[in-house]
Design a protein around this ligand. Sequence first.
Ligand code: 9MR
Length: 393
Amino acid sequence: MKILQLSVLSLFLILTGFETDQLPALQDVFEDAFLMGVAIDRQHIFAHEPSATETVKRANRRGYSYQCQIIVDPPALDLVTYHYNSITTENVLKWEEVHPEPGVYDFAASDRFVEIGEANDMFMNGHTLIWHNQTPDWVFEDEHGNELDRDALLERMRDHIHMVVGRYKGRIHAWDVVNEAVNLDGSLRESRWYDIIGEEYLVKAFRFAHEADPDAQLYYNDFLLEIPAKRQGVIRLIEYLQENNAPIHGVGSQSHFNLLEFHDLEEVDQSIVELGELGIDVMITELDINVLPRPGSNTELTDELNPYTDGLPDAVAEELANRYRELFEIYLKNRDIITRVTFWNVTDRDSWLNYLPIEGRTNYPLLFDRDYQPKRAFYTVVDRAKEILKERL
Ligand code: 9MR
């Protein structure tokens, strides 16, 4: 009798959709593996302040800034708090946004970011302190427009890091201290930081961040670490930091992939293993898969470069799902090395790949579509992760 009652109850639950309605949360599926994170921006941070539609500055890949409008996005914030246990600032802690003019700091967005993280008990990553991009020219110049000397720039760097990291001491858990300092061939990028201070700017940035918050986790972050020459350059950079006693605790592999020219998966795997040998945390920090053709030097928007304005064809959705599955198989295999996997943006609607390197395209790089719904790639990743993690129990 009891058995009959139970099966009637399960039938009822199945028929009413009670069990299937509850979408698995990524943070639960991957709980035993690594943190699951996402980059958020003003439209999420101010989601519950509907009057906060605003125009902000964005830089394209040539460093040219343009204005764009941000419209608040409450459903996306709900999705963030449901699925993720870590958040990263997409833009609001970059120099040009948090410190737009000499002596002028704007912490409104980052304060709110921290409140959201604390209210939801999330691991928070501040992106980024020292970068060649989205850093105003005045940072490198005196009041007459002359280039600063080494000591003056170091002082400016110290003030900025102390102010920003110090404000969130004990609250923001981790920082991408230096971003993208290495060229494709493995040499150091000749940014203005490098030109004026020399390679020691790297050590100094980490020291200043550590002074400002001795408990914060401090990371180096870069892209295309799947390419051996670049990876070797990043490994050399980290070893240089370690030899000079710079407090570095982790390395972020951005992981911006392209569906049409996908990296050799063995190199993806190899890069995680080799970075793990440095003895610091390894994170996947900006994961997405661009499904559109890469424009090369073209800057004109053409139909060829924007083929899926009416939706993603089934075959491409399938390919995207398979690529994500293969990546997560590698991440899960290396789960003793990887501490966090962070997606770069919440839904296809807010991905940077819609407006960079060409404005006005319709891209589909993430696990959630423009209507906040999980895509085939979401279910493929979740199902495979459940299988793998169950096998390992
Ligand atoms: O997603 C960011 C976009 O909104 C900005 O306009 C762009 C400007 O350079 O930066 C994007 O984020 C980048 C990140 O900070 C560093 N790695 C590459 C990311 C994508 O370009």
